[in-house]
Design a protein around this ligand. Structure first.
Ligand SMILES: [Zn+2]
Length: 247
């Protein structure tokens, strides 16, 4: 099987690509639903695990460039390799594909990536200021502050490298790329979309808190216990538990 040539895919792999197209298409509808995007400036991708154990035949599914959200269907999604080259689909992949691909090829545990320019998170990115961990939900979801990544321009691998270098140093699934906006990761695309919604929510709340005073930091040991409880106790039974603020 040549992962670059859809005509050589076995039925199992073709079905996996097809299912991923459906997931990624449906998840794009979550971005306008949660107020995370304007026009076409946001994208969701998910990894398709290839047959090679080392990940060298993995692919990703992402939206095509410049297509409006209500025109997105499983068929219009595009499939790329982890160098960002088009493998299957019409139209050109999102211009952020190289950044997504870089994350998948350098962080094998990541199964989903989301990028938006959501207003409050992007406002923190415009100042180059990390969001301090001042809410228990931040301890739960981010395990600390939401970090800022370097300034980087589209066109080479500098955005992807900035995301990976920053997130490797952090427990946060979200990074605010300086002067640009948030990128989030997760075990799959759904988890990355959740992180995109949560980073906007905490960016908004902490911004509002700062208008009337200085938010109170949570001590590191308390952040650690929030994070461990949420990620390792409730995380094993998704939907069963009632993490603080959920359900
Ligand atoms: Zn962007």
């Amino acid at each position: 099987m040549d992962h670059h040539d859809p005509s050589t895919w076995d039925a199992e792999f073709a079905a996996r690509v097809r299912a991923t197209r459906e997931v990624v298409s449906a998840l794009h509808a979550e971005l306008p639903r949660w107020g995370l995007i304007v026009w076409t400036a946001g994208n969701v991708s998910q990894r398709v695990k290839g047959p090679a154990a080392d990940g060298s035949q993995d692919l990703l599914v992402i939206k095509p460039s410049g297509v409006s959200y209500d025109e997105l269907t499983p068929e219009t999604m595009v499939v790329c390799d982890l160098d960002g080259r088009l493998v299957e689909g019409e139209g050109s992949p999102s211009s952020d594909t190289a950044a997504h691909a870089y994350v998948y090829s350098h962080m094998p545990e990541v199964g989903g990536v989301v990028h938006t320019h959501s207003t409050y998170a992007t406002a923190w990115a415009a100042r180059g200021e990390e969001i301090p961990c001042v809410l228990t939900m931040m301890g739960d979801e981010f395990g600390g502050p939401v970090p800022v990544g370097p300034f980087a321009l589209i066109g080479d691998d500098s955005i992807g490298r900035g995301i990976v270098d920053t997130l490797r140093e952090s427990r946060s699934p979200a990074v605010l790329m300086r002067n640009h906006g948030p990128f989030t990761i997760g075990k799959d695309a759904r988890a990355a979309v959740k992180a995109a919604a949560m980073v906007e929510e905490v960016a908004r709340t902490v911004h509002i808190a700062k208008q009337l005073g200085e938010p109170i930091p949570i001590p590191q040991d308390k952040i650690d216990s929030l994070y461990n409880r949420y990620q390792f106790v409730y995380g094993q039974h998704e939907g069963d538990g009632a993490p603080e603020g959920e359900n």
